[in-house]
Design a binder for this molecule. Sequence first.
Ligand code: ADP
Ligand code: DP6
Ligand code: CO
Length: 354
Amino acid sequence: MSHDPGQGPESFPRTISATAHPSLAVAKYWGKQTGAINTAATPSVAITLGAIAARTTLTVDCASEGDQPCRDQVVLNGVSQDPRRFRPFFDAVREVITLNCPHQDGGSDQAGECLFFTVRSDNDFPTAAGLASSAAGFAALAASALTATLGERPPEEISRLARIGSGSACRSVYGGFTRWDAGAPAAEQLYPETWWPDLRVVVLPVSSAEKPLSSRDAMNRTRDTSPFYDAWVADAPSLAGETREAIAQRDLERLGQTARLSYLRMFSTMFAAAPPIMYWLPQSLEIIRGLEELRRMGLPVWETMDAGPQVKVITDAAHARQVAEEFRDLLVSPAIISEVGPGVTVGTASDRTV
Ligand code: ADP
Ligand code: DP6
Ligand code: CO
């Protein structure tokens, strides 16, 4: 996390930029506890992917009297977004600001209620397609909103706020290996990005289309209708524990095997939902079969998938290129070989290079 904007509290508007990376779960968050905003029913363990990013520029300004109550605007990849998707998030930002405001006597310009946000963000990878754009996007948004209004804040606070926007975003605040426990308000870093230098994730994009059903709607439907849901939630903690041990030991085979169990058990709950949820494409299954064959030949390659058709392969530096080549004909854009990446970074608008 970087610096304070270095301006006085009165000097609105203020612009801050932030960059964050998707959080790829190897033990999945799938299901929310009822009665709380984006509070996980299952513990998740994830890797921050350095090779792809969301880049956000946020301006905060103080509304004058008589302005409309909600003036927040988000333009994502050049397209103006439905403000309803972002309202709970920005309301939570305003609440945090008000709580941190030294003068809550109603007349202060610092009170969060008067602030509104104008945001431009661009993802350098397919959005809403199962590559955790919501994770990178809301981590960048939370960091830029807090920095622009309150200056540098602890990552735990950014993580808590990012979670309001999207559950997986609380993990993207941190680099390296992360955990987000069931019921927890924020994620934590398990190990920094330097922990396992030889680890690689190969992202195989088989479609760039937006998913027909958001992760949120899919996981709520699963919870509400899948007869396998309770079994999934009951089983998840032991799988997450195994995953953490595999990372602690830098044991690639164990990590790959537990990651496969986690995503396949997650999808099993979705297939059993009503109506059923099926994010896979024929190419996804072809890659899954192809990887089975490569493992039979002795290659250290294990896949995981999220709410979308893309396949991500967990492997090491020596085999990443071969995986990328192997499935080239099935991809809509070149494979992305990623190392374990850093957490969110914040700068003034002039630092922005995109
Ligand atoms: P994904 O698998 O990409 O995470 P989700 O269904 O979880 O898909 O979330 C996609 C939604 O996340 C988008 O429709 C948008 O509302 C939000 N989102 C994606 N990227 C960004 C971004 N860079 N900044 C802000 N919000 C974003
Ligand atoms: C399959 O975090 O996108 O990628 O909290 O409703 O915004 P909301 O959902 P989101 O769900 C991610 C689901 C997943 C698994 C994971 O990242 O752990
Ligand atoms: Co998402």
